[in-house]
Design a protein around this ligand. Structure first.
Ligand code: ADP
Ligand code: MG
Length: 397
């Protein structure tokens, strides 16, 4: 639509931020081709540095409303002058090795960051503890089929969003789930939450099949399994204060609790997710994306769940805020021994977070195993393609 009038200048404001890497790559290729054909100029606005490094001839860096650095792309990435630019370059999860905490821009600017690595040995010890117990969640041959009107003689067409999936999730682990958009990740998450009803198969939570629970049993289970979405703005009521939003699930599940007690709980939760008490009276539109995501996390952990499903929870955030939220999720996990199913289309992020990894393709599991192992030696072409599609601009330079 934007190029229909043959523009001389195209302003592309985060055009691929919500897309997975493979689709993103196609859009970038398309933009490059269009530019070659039409000779238009592109102002490409993005928080994703790797992407910028692959596309732009020149880069300008904005910090607090000021243009702090500008230059030819390769030179700017190779020898950034401003310390903010340097910090931005360091804040993305690295693909080799695992650091305990991701660097945020603030850490780097303060000089307070240390890139302590998690050793293979440490990981092995943790895994030994996690994987010797019985699984917390066991999915057996799960199917979720949607029916779509195909328009032909009133016929219905089946969309097998989840198509015979089996896997286990162990207490205290982070299970990563990756795949292109539309491969069925969110449907899988929603089916586990019982937001969508399974078409067939079993979802055993602590050994009980949750597809066969009655209403009150489902309510009890809801407390233990929570979901954090990509866009907390969509799930926060615009006219409810942050305080009301976080206390809502507590009020629903503990109707006897007093208002003052609930407020105390909410204030504690705010502190845990790194928000000041004054946010209690604020409204969602007064918050930044990162702050809203913290509210989404506070709401999800309000009932002290065991299993948290993070569905693209950091996909809309810029690199530095993404690092903060990922660090927060890992801190909370340590503190409360949460179990995560971490869903993302960004393999670099999933690889950083996950113990085990499941690669999904068209509703089915393509391959599954240790996250580092799969990244190092993908057995399937599909996985290889996902890995290849991670923008590697900066490393290449
Ligand atoms: P992902 O989260 O991996 O991007 P989704 O689980 O959202 O994928 O979607 C998987 C498939 O199911 C897609 O083909 C999508 O169009 C379809 N789908 C998802 N939700 C519905 C729905 N409510 N009705 C019909 N089809 C749906
Ligand atoms: Mg999704």
């Amino acid at each position: 639509m934007a190029i229909a009038c043959k523009p001389k200048v195209l302003i592309a404001d985060e055009p691929t931020t919500a897309l997975d890497v493979t689709v993103q790559k196609e859009i970038i290729e398309l933009l490059k081709e269009l530019q070659k054909d039409t000779q238009m100029s592109i102002l490409f606005i993005s928080h994703d540095l790797t992407l910028v490094s692959e596309l732009a001839h020149r880069v300008a860096v904005l910090y607090k409303g000021e243009l702090i650095e500008e230059g030819e792309t390769a030179a700017l990435f190779k020898t950034p002058k401003h310390k903010y630019t340097k910090a931005l370059l360091e804040a993305r999860p690295s693909l080799d090795g695992r650091v305990k905490r991701l660097a945020t821009v603030k850490d780097i600017l303060d000089g307070s960051y240390s890139d302590i690595k998690i050793s293979l040995n440490e990981r092995a010890i943790v895994h030994k503890r996690i994987y010797t117990k019985a699984p917390l969640l066991k999915i057996n041959n799960l199917h979720k089929t949607y029916w779509k009107n195909s328009g032909l003689f009133g016929k219905k067409e089946a969309i097998k969003a989840v198509d015979g999936v089996s896997f286990s999730v162990f207490e205290g682990e982070t299970l990563g789930l990756v795949g292109e958009s539309g491969c069925g990740k969110s449907t899988l998450g929603k089916t586990i939450m019982n937001i969508e009803l399974a078409t067939d198969g079993e979802i055993l939570y602590k050994g009980k099949d949750i597809t066969k629970l009655n209403k009150s049993q489902i309510a009890a289970m809801r407390k233990e399994i929570q979901i954090i979405f990509q866009d907390p703005f969509a799930s926060l009521h615009p006219r409810m204060t942050i305080g009301q939003a976080i206390s809502e699930p507590i009020a629903v599940h503990h109707p006897g609790s007093s208002k003052t007690k609930r407020k105390r709980q909410v204030l504690e939760l705010l502190e845990q997710v790194g928000l000041e008490a004054s946010y209690f009276y604020r409204y969602p539109h007064e918050l930044s994306g990162g702050q809203r995501q913290r509210v989404g996390i506070a709401r999800a952990i309000a009932l002290q769940p065991k299993l948290l499903i993070c569905d693209e929870s950091v996909s809309a955030l810029d690199i530095s805020v993404q690092a903060q939220v990922l660090n927060l999720l890992n801190d909370l996990k340590e503190e409360y021994n949460f179990t995560y199913i971490f869903i993302s289309h960004d393999l670099a992020v999933v690889k950083y977070m996950a113990d085990q990894l499941i690669v999904m393709n068209a509703g089915k599991i393509e391959e599954a195993g240790d996250a580092d192992e799969i990244y190092a030696n993908p057995r399937k072409e599909y996985t290889q393609a996902l890995i290849n599609a991670i923008p590697k601009g900066i490393e290449r330079l």
